[in-house]
Design a binder for this molecule. Sequence first.
Ligand code: ASP
Length: 444
Amino acid sequence: MKNDSKLSLTHKILIGMVAGIGLGVFLQTFFAESILVKDYIVDGILNITGSIFVSSLKMLVVPLVFVSLVCGVSSMKDTARLGRLGGKTVLLYLATTAIAISLAMAVALLIRPGTGIELTTEAAFVAKEAPSISQVIIDMFPDNPIASMAQGNMLQIIVFALLFGIAIAISGEPGKRIGKHFEDFNVVIMKLVTILMNLAPYGVFALLAKLFFEIGFDAIASLLSYFMVVLVVLLLHALLVYPSLLKVLTGLNPLIFIKKMREAIVFAFSTASSNATIPVTMETATHKLGVRNSTASFTVPLGATINMDGTSIMQGVATIFIATVYGIDLTAGNFLMVIVTATLASVGTAGVPGVGLITLAMVLQQVGLPVEGIALIIGVDRLLDMVRTAVNITGDSMVTVAVAKSEGDLNVDTYNNPQAGRSEEEVHLPHGESDINVASAEKA
Ligand code: ASP
């Protein structure tokens, strides 16, 4: 590898993360009142850099998902495989979410966060209208695919790309010609992802410095029990449940998985958006973990949209917390209802910051708990959102690897190779010659 003496991109991103958190905490501790720091550094330089970084990630999501999914589907020889792939993926997504929320409620019931907390009367939260399940299903089908793309409606884009890819696959010669263009397009977009990833250390630094300057640590102190229970269950799920499931389902070494996920985890943590992280999750799944593009292009965007294990963990703990603070007893039937509602609620809700609180309103309403209770936990939600988003995308990737392995779509050598994907991190902008070298993990 030509750049071994230099820091790898992953290390630079990790340094950006630590330095950003450090700067944010430093500025908050010593310069919280300084107008100069707030206006010029935090709302100026850091805000501009961080916002441009998130926008450029989001910019890639729609073209990347559409093009790579069309490529993946059109290259599938057997369309029955598509149904099997979809079935397995959705089943695993639902199962991992159900495990996550059950674990969250079990731990929360054991520890009972919220005991002894005084109910403040000014608690107020106006719930946004959550869509009904039938509406979610209807909304999956686009009536105007261009509008779906303009709005970034992931499920609609997935449905359109699936149909378009199938049509290409069965269109004979014209289909082959169009398919070839899509493949070229895919290579170019992945290159764009690589270029932007090289800006990540600065983007992550700016985002985290701004966030840690603004975060209200005082709120955390008063809600410590709730905060800690959510955090501990998130870590348990990510570091115990996923690795065990991966081992049982695939026999692969889960430590390699966690190590290779670091970069994507930092992206998810700093953006608090599974959606904005899609380009990085896809890169990691295909180039580092060795998942064939035809599988990852389907499972990753789908997961970013419907699989939110981390979010459901927060919802499970929050439900128990709110019930405890309001002194409301929940029955076993209520618990079951929470598991079912929270699992279904994550379907059709986009992976963007803070959306988990909106679906929490739906869960609370189902079991007759006061929606205003959400106001109690809003103050500490941003930091938890960052951690749970990291868990959400780790879950998407774990299922992606498991499904790929079962379908023979995983290159185990790439998975086990610590250097896999490293060469794509280096981007050499052309000075007279181009350097298009996308060594994908695709099996020919
Ligand atoms: N921010 C989360 C995500 O994008 C969703 C949430 O829990 O609010 O996955």
